[in-house]
Design a protein around this ligand. Structure first.
Ligand SMILES: C[C@@H](O)[C@H](N)C(=O)O
Ligand SMILES: C[C@@H](O)[C@H](N)C(=O)O
Lengths: 155, 155
């Protein structure tokens, strides 16, 4: 099945929260997102990779307008969730390659990664699905990223 | 916009590769996926979280039948990509909550996380999009995960 790229989407008004060093045991993902959701905060990207030493990082992005509220919750309203450090970054941009049939994404993802590498743009986060390859990069790199990806995918 | 959950998808024939301690500098994501893609290996989930100390983990899943080939490439065919350790795990299962309008995912993700937590199922990896919340868990937890998620979402 040949992937069809339909567009490059971008978002530059988000804040990324990383709970660094969350214990990788049942209940912590729920313990973090529960209070955030209860406060009516919409969450966009959620990324968590595997733990290598019993601890992992739990990262999510939200709109800038909810950032203060979210920070307060994470710093004082979590129940039974331990983490080492909270990292907040609003100098991020989200760029997504949107398409269909990206089931075997290696080809499309490879082109995207290569394009950014050639433009010396660092990829901070990656999260993929059959219809979307989502990349979080530095806000300052956004224009160049979107422009070069459009060119790379003939859009 | 109210999210509509259309189903719980599962996959139990994948192998997860984690390159632990990849330098978080431009070119490494491309350096890893390029050779994998060139070998005709289809990649399913790709997850990379932020680096906290200049290094990060790059994880992807592929079908079990490609695992031997992928391992060989990662151990000897990468060019200019340094990493500390390669972690291979085929005792994993992928369970996804599929729907539409999960733009504000906190509600749906919260229910999913809570359901697994209540069943003492550890969530190893998380990757989300508007149409899919993808969770990687232990293979042995798959049946219970799928059953309890069906119940939680009234499917
Ligand atoms: C880190 C967090 O996701 C944990 N593994 C959990 O299942 O809740
Ligand atoms: C780790 C890897 O993703 C790196 N940041 C890159 O841009 O290629």
């Amino acid at each position: 099945e040949q992937p069809i790229i339909t567009g490059i989407a971008m978002q530059d008004n988000q804040t990324k929260f990383t709970l660094h060093g969350v214990e990788d045991t049942p209940g912590n993902a729920s313990g973090i997102l529960g209070p955030i959701g209860d406060a009516g905060i919409d969450v966009d990207v959620i990324v968590q990779n595997v733990s290598v030493s019993g601890k992992t990082d739990f990262t999510f992005t939200i709109g800038n307008s909810d950032a203060k509220k979210a920070q307060k919750i994470l710093e004082s309203n979590l129940i039974k969730v331990n983490y080492d450090k909270l990292i907040v970054n609003n100098e991020i941009g989200k760029v997504s390659i949107v398409g269909v049939g990206m089931r075997s994404q290696s080809g499309v993802a490879s082109i995207a990664f290569k394009t950014l590498a050639e433009n010396n743009i660092n990829i901070q986060m990656i999260s993929t699905s059959e219809i979307k390859i989502t990349l979080v990069i530095s806000l300052k790199d956004m224009n160049l990223a979107v422009k070069s990806l459009h060119k790379a995918f003939n859009l």
